[in-house]
Design a protein around this ligand. Structure first.
Ligand code: SF4
Length: 59
């Protein structure tokens, strides 16, 4: 059973928290942003898979 999906809208972040690698990673900060049509498609697929909780995060 699939319960949880951590869905990242982007890997970019302009903060610099000590415990996290997202903020200072120049490679991650070059990545793009989620595209609305793809997000909608992904969310539909997650629903079909039976995912009950979606944690939308990133940025
Ligand atoms: S992703 Fe969250 S925890 Fe990581 S650097 Fe950014 S604000 Fe801090």
């Amino acid at each position: 059973m699939l319960l949880l999906c951590n869905y990242y809208l982007t890997y970019r972040c302009n903060a610099d928290c000590e415990f996290c690698h997202f903020g200072y990673s120049t490679e991650l900060n070059k990545t793009g942003f989620a595209i609305e049509s793809e997000v909608n498609n992904n969310l539909s697929q997650l629903r079909e898979l039976g995912v009950e909780i979606i944690d939308i995060t990133g940025g």
